[in-house]
Structures are given as structure tokens and as C-alpha cells.
Design a protein around this ligand. Structure first.
Ligand code: AMP
Length: 421
């Protein structure tokens, strides 16, 4: 089935066409019809499956087709997300897909000034994408009114629970009309998530996408056994062998992110870093430089791994293995998005083997091993540009020795001459 065959408004089809989205992804195929019908939906789907468009397309259609349209009515659809990055990204999807509609989407999130957000809210908007903290500030100050909300979407609900937003979500429910459509999206499911989901939705249509293999089929992912201190040489090699590709590198900590950045700088590779020590503005700048392709390598921590949609990342490198096994799925899910193909490699040092075992248990199968022959391993280190300055230094040392050897007789002759005088 193609998007052409759907009864969705031509204004949205035009945007889909521009994006070159021809066929729905699995989650879109399953979710769009019930959402259009007004059903509640409970969907288990990871980022990368096309889940944003799975709710954006039908919601835009419904709001655009409303007969009596009055913007003063207030916010019609509220999308709750765990992070600012995700808020920005989802807003972009709504704005791109809704470009030819009269639906207005806006996002509010913390870390930036409140004033401009309030001014925009007063203009009147239809869809609000929000992170819980800033949203509650604005609701309690009376800048956001939610009594006209018809559709509530919770995206990455599992991540919202991880971040401790459960109370905020429950408090928020008091401001929303009881009669509404609720769409609940989560990458994983457990008892807590089920509890939350069933307290919000009513008689939902349940949708699950590729439950058996949490890593999308179009991602070729493997693991390479690499010593902790040798990882930088292998990253250098991946970058060189994939020149021109966008590479997303995941590390365990902020400190390591900066260290990798420095190590790459030493060998002439420019990288950007994305981690919690950077303020909102710096994070957005880094992300945008990477998105635009000004910088091809982005070194990030897990904080930034969830929900970020960076178009066409060809390669994901797990420089360090993630300590939470399901983060492997989220990280690797940054590539091979939609219908694209992607590649990923994880560097596993001997001390990380137990973490790898946990990840494989979570995936329900082993990860393909990228065998590195001994010669190849040492060549990777020997051919590193980092090694080159040492070679140069050795050569200089050698030349200096030769020089001094050449000069030595002259000196002694001179000395002899001096002595004669
Ligand atoms: P998401 O899971 O919403 O983060 O989307 C993952 C990626 O898939 C995004 O980069 C979208 O642009 C892309 N995408 C979504 N739907 C489609 C589609 N029907 N065809 C091709 N690409 C898509």
C-alpha cells in the first residue's frame, strides 16, 4: 500500500511527496487507520521505525479537516516528550508534514528563556510539543490552557518514567479533558509502563513492531574486540574508511566524550560533542553542525541518544558499550532509519565482556563478531596518524644523529686547526 491510496488530505500528501515518503513503514501502516478513526492506541515501537510520522500524519489530517476551525479554541493536541531534543525534532516533523496545512505546531521546553515561548503561545497554536518541567511552569502560570485538548500523545513513555516524570504526567492529567483520544508510544514495555498506559488509554488498539528483533532489520551491526586503550585507533580507522559518512559515536561519560574529541583532534579528525555538561545552546549548535554535515563525527553520551532524529547517519560506533542493555537498541537505532540501510560497530574491551553478555541476553541472540586478524590489529595502531609524529620525531632524531656524525670530523679538524694556530 502506498500513501497515495490513503484517504488523507492532499496538503499532507504533498509534504510526504516532497520528503519522498512513498510507502508507510510497518508502524505507520498499523497505526494510521485506527488513529484516523479516533481510537486510542498503545504502541511498542522504537525510534527509527517511523513512529513520529505514524502519529503526525493522522493528527495533522484530523486537525486540518475540521470544519469549524477557530484557532482561539486553544491547543487541540498535546505531545509529551522526555527531552528537549526530542521536542524540537517532533515539532520539525509536524511542521514539515503540516507545511501546506493551516495547523500550527510549537514546542516548549526548559533551558531557554520563557518570554519568547509565551509570546508564541499567545499567537494561538494547535499542537503543542512539550517536556514536562517547562510545561507545568507555564500551565501553573496560566499561559497554557489544556481544556480544549482532544488528542494526547505520550512519546517515549518508558524514557519519561526513567527520568522520573511519572508524577508530572499524573498531575497533568487533571488539566486535560477526560473525553479525549490518547496515543501512547513506548520503545519497551514492563509492568510500570503497562500500569501508566492503562491508566491513560481506554480500550486501546495495541500495536507492536518487530518484537522479536529489537534492532531494525536494515541495520548491519557487529562487535569488535578491541583493547580499551586501542579504541581511538579503531575509531580513527572507521572514520577514515567511511570518509564523507555521518558517524555517531557513543561513549560512556562526558569526560570520555571530551577525551575522544581530543584524541581525534590529534589525528586531524574534527568532531563535535553532545553531553549533559553543555548548555542547551551549545548542544543545539553541536547538533546542528552535525545535522548540516559541517562536522561528520558526533561524539555523544546516552543522555542525548534517545529520540534524536539525525537524518542519514550512516554509521553508529559504540566506542563504549552501554551499561543499560536496552540503550544498545536506542543507540544502534540512530542509523538505518525508515527505509535506509545503516551500519554499526561496538568496541568491546575484555573488561566490557559481561556488559556484552547482558546486551546479547536482552537482544535474545549474539551480535555478529567482526574478526580482526592480529596483523590487521597492529597495522591499525601502526598506521594511526597519532603514531606518525613519533615516526617523524624518530626520523628527525636519526637525521640529527647523522648530522652530528657528519659534523663531528669537521669539528675535530677545526679543533686540529685551532690547535695548530
Ligand atoms: P522516527 O522513528 O519517527 O524517528 O523516524 C525515523 C526516520 O524514518 C526519520 O528520519 C523519518 O524521516 C524516516 N521515515 C519515516 N517514515 C518514513 C517513510 N514512510 N518512508 C521513508 N522514511 C520514513
Amino acid at each position: 500500500m502506498k500513501f497515495d491510496d490513503y484517504s488523507i488530505n492532499p496538503a499532507i500528501k504533498k509534504a510526504l511527496d516532497k520528503l519522498d515518503f512513498k510507502k508507510p513503514t510497518d508502524i505507520q501502516f498499523k497505526a494510521i487507520p485506527p488513529i484516523l478513526k479516533g481510537e486510542d492506541v498503545l504502541a511498542i515501537a522504537q525510534t527509527g521505525t517511523g513512529k513520529t510520522a505514524a502519529f503526525a500524519i493522522p493528527v495533522l489530517h484530523k486537525l486540518h479537516e475540521r470544519k469549524q476551525y477557530a484557532r482561539e479554541d486553544g491547543i487541540k493536541c498535546l505531545v509529551m516528550v522526555p527531552t528537549r531534543e526530542l521536542a524540537i525534532q517532533i515539532t520539525e516533523v509536524f511542521q514539515t508534514l503540516g507545511k501546506h496545512t493551516r495547523v500550527k505546531t510549537f514546542s516548549v521546553f526548559g533551558g531557554v528563556e520563557q518570554g519568547p515561548q509565551i509570546a508564541k503561545l499567545e499567537d494561538g497554536i494547535d499542537i503543542l510539543v512539550a517536556t514536562p518541567g517547562r510545561m507545568f511552569d507555564l500551565v501553573s502560570q496560566g499561559y497554557i490552557r489544556l481544556e480544549r485538548v482532544e488528542i494526547l500523545i505520550l512519546d517515549e513513555a518508558d524514557h519519561m518514567l526513567d527520568l522520573g516524570f511519572i508524577r508530572d504526567i499524573r498531575d497533568l492529567m487533571k488539566f486535560l479533558p477526560r473525553k479525549r483520544q490518547t496515543l501512547f508510544f513506548s520503545a519497551t514495555i514492563n509492568e510500570h509502563i503497562k500500569d501508566l498506559a492503562y491508566s491513560l488509554v481506554s480500550k486501546p488498539i495495541r500495536i507492536q513492531v518487530s518484537p522479536k528483533d529489537p534492532v531494525a532489520k536494515n541495520v548491519d551491526h557487529s562487535v569488535a574486540y578491541v583493547g580499551m586503550d586501542d579504541k581511538r585507533f579503531f575509531l580513527e580507522r572507521v572514520v577514515q574508511e567511511n570518509a564523507g559518512s555521518k558517524i555517531l559515536v557513543f561513549v560512556r561519560t562526558k569526560v570520555r566524550a571530551e577525551r575522544v574529541h581530543e584524541a581525534m583532534k590529534r589525528v586531524g579528525i574534527v568532531t563535535e560533542t553532545l553531553h549533559g555538561d553543555k548548555d542547551q545552546k551549545e548542544r543545539l549548535t553541536s547538533l546542528n553542525r552535525f545535522k548540516k554535515g559541517d562536522v561528520k563525527v558526533l561524539v555523544a553520551t546516552d543522555v542525548s541518544s534517545r529520540g534524536i532524529d539525525i537524518p542519514s547517519v550512516e554509521y553508529v560506533v559504540n566506542y563504549d558499550l552501554p551499561e543499560v542493555p536496552e540503550n544498545y537498541v536506542h543507540r544502534v537505532g540512530r542509523t538505518g532509519r525508515g527505509t535506509h540501510k545503516g551500519k554499526s560497530v561496538s568496541f568491546c574491551s575484555p573488561e566490557e565482556k559481561p556488559i556484552l553478555d547482558e546486551i546479547e541476553k536482552f537482544l535474545g541472540k549474539p551480535i555478529k563478531v567482526l574478526e580482526i586478524a592480529k596483523d590487521d590489529y597492529s597495522a591499525t595502531i601502526d598506521f594511526s596518524s597519532e603514531a606518525k609524529p613519533d615516526v617523524m620525531a624518530l626520523m628527525r632524531e636519526h637525521e640529527a644523529k647523522l648530522d652530528s656524525m657528519k659534523k663531528a670530523p669537521k669539528v675535530s679538524n677545526a679543533n686540529k686547526k685551532k690547535k695548530k694556530k
